[in-house]
Design a protein around this ligand. Structure first.
Ligand code: UDP
Ligand code: UDP
Length: 458
């Protein structure tokens, strides 16, 4: 039993900034509520961005202790994936037995472990043996959570898309049918490692003590209600909304001073997250679109999935002529920008986003309209909330299959930058977001209730 006065919680994130960032923000929220946190960091990390963030966390929060978790090497011949982040999920999963001594030696004793959806089935047997409460920090949308929970039931049905409209949807009880074409592509490939992990995690997540989602009422209240009302599946753990997570002071890098010189609401911010690489051809079309839009822009370009491999210089990627032509209007960078700081800047009027869940919630927090362009994985399923909530649009004909032409991109940007109604709607969502995380708001209460529940133990 743990000392009732000191709540000590371990947090184990998975790989990639989309997983690490929300875990770090949760750690800070719990530390601010007088919890002691052991933050378990896996070694080695895939990206430089991950190792930089982790090393800053501990120096800013005295209540947070870092515990290194050294991973066993992965036998690649037994893991069918080309994705370095998915392979890292597998590496952590296969090293999970090494967690037991780490968790049981924590002092004061732990009350709970918070882990990640990609690790859940490997970690639950460990926490069960230690009789330790296990919470899941779900890092994508409530719809994606419904899919994870229900997927094992439909995994062996035909998931391919056909010309017949009736079979082109999957039916998850309690939520509207989801087009099969929105499924993350590896889920449709029977031999993919991601699919194997996803099925195992979907089966086990129902055994956790609670699932935390980075969402709030404006971002898919109906799905959260369906999950908590037993409609998606009976006997689920409570789904607790704790979002949107607020970017932390210590995440800040050097500010993008260029933004300070731009008029209010005049800049389109373009970023596709921490692990989405675009083809050179699509990058050139996107550049053409930005130029045609006539708007100012801040564009984070990414040509390689893993940051340490991205060696080409910006001019080579987007074209030196392009840089010269747009130098009065646009800033193109390859380095990491602190996205929270950018979205909070009054100069930013539109976010062209890949629909990573953290990005959507950050735009919601700062009331910035989104032009959604899913690039892979869970992004179509996440992106659905953008038009539904009124935060922006998602052009469904822009997918991950074909190159989108600059002319089309430019037209859409211009249209959205001139849409005053959209700006008002997005600002209203921002107000609701800030209310939900403010004292007495729904997510504030969600976190308070979580701490209370953890204190009571299993
Ligand atoms: N991010 C950032 N600067 C960048 C790129 C990404 O701060 O240059 C952050 C972004 O704010 C978000 C996370 O990295 O918190 C990316 O997560 P998301 O779920 O949006 O997408 P993913 O990268 O997982 O596809
Ligand atoms: N995911 C999951 N179970 C798994 C692996 C991934 O639920 O076994 C979810 C994850 O939460 C996210 C989506 O699948 O919603 C895509 O995950 P990935 O990490 O590949 O993408 P990222 O968010 O890093 O872009």
């Amino acid at each position: 039993m743990s000392d009732t006065n000191t709540l000590h919680v371990a947090i184990l994130p998975s790989s990639g900034m989309g997983h690490l960032v929300p875990a770090v923000r949760l750690a800070a929220s719990l530390a601010a509520r007088n919890c002691r946190i052991t933050f378990i960091t896996t070694h080695p990390t895939v990206s430089l961005a991950e190792s930089r963030l982790v090393s800053r966390l501990v120096s800013f929060f005295p209540n947070v202790t870092r515990q290194e978790f050294h991973l066993l090497p992965l036998d690649r011949s037994t893991a069918n994936s080309n994705d370095p982040f998915c392979l890292q999920f597998e590496t952590i999963r296969r090293s999970a037995h090494l967690l037991s001594p780490i968790l049981s030696s924590c002092s004061p004793p732990l009350s709970a472990l918070v882990t990640d959806p990609s690790l859940v089935s490997a970690v639950i047997p460990i926490t069960e043996k230690l009789r330790l409460a296990n919470y899941n920090l779900f890092i994508a949308s409530p719809k994606m959570l419904s899919l994870l929970i229900y997927f094992p039931t439909i995994a062996n049905t035909d998931l391919s898309t056909t010309s017949s409209k009736t079979t082109d949807y999957i039916e998850i009880p309690g939520i509207p049918p989801l087009p099969k074409s929105w499924l993350p592509p590896p889920l449709v490939d029977p031999s993919s490692l991601f699919r194997t992990q996803f099925i195992a995690n979907g089966q086990e997540i129902v055994k956790s003590d609670g699932i935390l989602v980075n969402a709030f009422d404006s971002l898919d209240k109906a799905t959260v209600a369906a999950l908590n009302g037993g409609k998606v599946m009976g006997r689920l753990p409570p789904v607790i909304t704790v979002g949107p997570f607020v970017p932390l002071e210590f995440e800040k890098g050097s500010p993008v001073e260029w933004l300070d010189r731009q008029p209010v609401g005049s800049v389109v911010y373009v970023c596709f997250g921490n692990r989405t690489a675009a083809s050179r051809e699509q990058i050139r079309e996107l550049g053409d679109g930005l130029e045609r839009s006539g708007c100012r822009f801040l564009w984070v370009v990414k040509e390689k999935k893993v940051d340490r491999e991205d060696e080409e210089e910006v001019g080579e990627i987007v074209g030196h002529g392009f840089l010269e032509r747009v130098k009065e209007k646009g800033l193109v960078v390859k380095s990491w920008v602190e996205q929270g700081e950018v979205l909070a800047h009054p100069a930013v009027g539109l976010f062209l986003s890949h629909c990573g869940w953290n990005s959507i919630t950050e735009a919601a927090l700062y009331g910035v309209p989104i032009l959604g362009w899913p690039q892979g994985g869970d992004q179509k399923i996440n992106g659905e909330v953008i038009p539904k909530s009124g935060l922006g649009i998602w052009v469904e004909t822009w997918g991950w299959e074909e190159i989108v032409k600059g002319e089309e991109i430019g037209d859409k940007i211009r249209e959205m930058m001139g849409d005053e109604k959209l700006k008002v709607q997005a600002a209203r969502i921002g107000e609701e977001a800030r209310k939900s995380v403010g004292v007495g708001g729904s997510s504030y209460k969600g976190l308070e209730g979580l701490v209370e529940k953890m204190r009571k133990g299993r």
